[in-house]
Ligand binder design. Structure first.
Ligand code: SF4
Ligand code: SF4
Length: 196
């Protein structure tokens, strides 16, 4: 009995499949004129990465390598260096001197974005990534850096409030100042306990 039922189900499913094919065959053709027309993607589509800047132009990335540690494809390379008064690149103590993503290995899982404590890296909506040369698929920091966010009508980067509103001359976001201070205190505490 189950054998006959299976035959009926199979025939019915084949009929449904053929009807779908016939509908598409007789329906109106849809031709998209790529590259003149680019089909819009969903807002949460995960495409080419962007490294973000603060409104004052400093890089958000502090070279902590958490994104590289979280990447299951092992395609991110970060080499960190110290900021100095003469060469301040990021708002933290360190910055990414080298930041590279090997796009030919990336699986666009978004783990790097989730691992980043400073929202420095996000996956954007750009999906035109094909290339004929594998070397060109290694995206450097210059290629990944996005434009700084534009201030809103009140002159504030709302995603990163600073103490400028309190009359202080600091364009560093409050949360980043606090994080850097907390990390510094932790480091000093662990240095002291190592020496003891
Ligand atoms: S999206 Fe996933 S695979 Fe691609 S760089 Fe980020 S963590 Fe790695
Ligand atoms: S992008 Fe984020 S997680 Fe990766 S090194 Fe920079 S600050 Fe750290």
């Amino acid at each position: 009995m189950s054998g006959i039922g299976g035959v009926f189900r199979g025939t019915k499913n084949t009929g449904v499949g053929l009807a779908t094919t016939l509908r598409a065959f007789l329906g109106k053709n849809i031709t998209e004129q790529y590259p003149e027309y680019k089909h819009p993607v969903m807002p949460r589509f995960r495409g080419r990465h962007k490294l973000h800047l603060h409104a004052n132009g400093l890089e958000k990335c502090v070279g902590c390598s958490l994104c590289a540690a979280a990447c299951p494809a092992d395609c991110i390379r970060v080499v960190a260096d110290e900021n100095t008064p003469d060469n301040r690149v990021s708002a933290g103590e360190r910055y990414a001197q080298v930041y590279e993503i090997n796009m030919s290995r990336c699986i666009f899982c978004g783990y790097c974005e989730m691992a980043c404590p400073f929202d420095a890296i996000t996956l954007g909506n750009d999906w035109e990534l094909a290339d004929l040369n594998r070397d060109q698929m290694i995206y450097t920091k210059d290629m990944l850096l996005a434009d700084p966010p534009t201030n809103d009508e009140y002159g504030m980067d709302r995603r990163a409030p600073t103490r400028q509103g309190e009359g202080l001359d600091s364009a560093t976001p409050v949360w980043l100042e606090e994080t850097v201070a907390r990390e510094g205190a932790q480091r000093r505490r662990s240095d002291r306990s190592r020496r003891a």
